[in-house]
Design a protein around this ligand. Structure first.
Ligand SMILES: Cc1cc2nc3c(=O)[nH]c(=O)nc-3n(C[C@H](O)[C@H](O)[C@H](O)COP(=O)(O)OP(=O)(O)OC[C@H]3O[C@@H](n4cnc5c(N)ncnc54)[C@H](O)[C@@H]3O)c2cc1C
Length: 315
């Protein structure tokens, strides 16, 4: 029986999280000696992109009723085509609202925020993130089937090219619960949850007009920008950049925190970053305890210097 994976796309374009979920599904399928079937809804990208990470088969759902996202309608559509005991989702906002519905529909176990390939397949047992990223848990699925969501940037995107095949499924799922009245999209910005590098700043930046240096540094590094809660609360930065317990939880490879004290609620959303660099003028700032690298000093001096050094290195 194939391992199924939900390959999320945004307006038809696959997200990096989809490639990571397919890579994960491939690792599971290989342990079982099985194939990977990727499910996607109204894609415009080529299925070749999924074959590259190990999808042996792509089930491409075509349904005009699914042009606007609704967790319930998407769960119904995925449920119509996924007939396996293991279904993998990326831990994105949309996918992590479909996954629990599918678990209920099938009476399957649900294990979210999975970090590594499973420790065993039968029973399905795996390490997952717990306690807002402050700890880990080894979870075992008791039901006959299991639905998992894979934490972003945890397993990684792994190429595993196969000669895949595509199946088109024309569906017409009722999508009547929610009507989209208007639709706004922040364009041109790197998706914070998917970013490999994040430059984040807090109240230590003193005023919104000082964010130019943060954006310059982020631009140079190909990074997304983030901020602490009070910064978005007072309107210095958009709420979409707020990270932490009440904001987005992220796990980039590199998190650079500038002028952020490191309150526990902030750490809850960022402490699973692979490497943390803290720049703070107060040597006693709590964030230094969680940092891999710490720089004690004035951000207004350090950030421009750092930016210049990186520019010079890049030639
Ligand atoms: C229920 C609840 C939920 C919360 N959720 C979140 C959340 O999701 N995310 C979040 O971020 N917070 C959250 N908070 C708020 C959190 O407790 C902190 O108040 C907040 O994170 C502090 O933001 P900050 O570090 O930007 O500001 P501050 O605590 O004011 O820290 C500013 C830092 O900048 C440093 N600094 C000042 N000047 C400079 C300079 N020139 N150069 C370098 N460093 C400088 C200071 O030394 C200080 O460490 C929550 C709080 C509660 C009660």
């Amino acid at each position: 029986m194939a391992v199924f994976v939900y390959a999320e796309n945004i307006n038809g374009i696959y997200k990096k999280a989809a490639f990571e979920a397919v890579s994960y599904a491939k690792a599971v399928a290989e342990k079982m000696g099985e194939k990977v079937s990727a499910i996607t809804v109204n894609p415009s990208d080529s299925s070749d992109l999924l074959y590259k990470y190990g999808a042996d088969n792509v089930i491409s759902i075509k349904d005009d009723g699914l042009k606007n996202f609704s967790a319930k309608a998407y769960a119904q559509a995925v449920n119509e085509v996924a007939n396996g005991n293991i279904i993998v989702f990326p831990h994105t906002t949309d996918a992590s609202s479909i996954a629990p519905m599918l678990a209920i529909m099938n009476n399957y176990s649900l294990i979210t925020n999975v970090l590594e390939a499973p420790e065993s397949i039968s029973p399905f047992q795996v390490k997952r993130r717990a306690f807002s990223g402050k700890g880990f848990m080894h979870a075992k699925a008791d039901a006959q089937g299991v639905i998992i969501t894979v934490s972003q940037n945890a397993f990684g995107v792994k190429e595993n090219p196969v000669a895949g095949t595509e199946e088109v499924k024309n569906l017409s799922v009722a999508n009547e619960d929610t009507k989209v009245i208007s639709h706004e999209q922040s364009s041109g910005k790197l998706d914070l949850k998917e970013a490999e590098i994040v430059v984040s700043a807090g109240r230590g930046m003193k005023a919104p007009e000082n964010w130019g240096m943060i954006e310059d540094l982020a631009g140079l590094l190909g990074a997304a920008t983030a901020c602490s809660k009070p910064v978005s609360d007072i309107g210095w930065r958009p709420h979409s950049e707020h990270v932490g317990q009440t904001g987005k939880a992220i796990s980039p490879n590199l998190y650079i925190a500038v002028g952020i004290s490191g309150a526990i609620q902030h750490l809850a959303g960022v402490n699973s970053s692979k490497t943390i660099v803290v720049i703070n003028s107060d040597p006693e700032a709590p964030f230094f305890k969680s940092a891999d690298y710490g720089v004690v000093g004035d951000a207004f001096q350090i950030i421009p210097e750092l930016t210049q050094k990186i520019k010079a290195l890049k030639g």
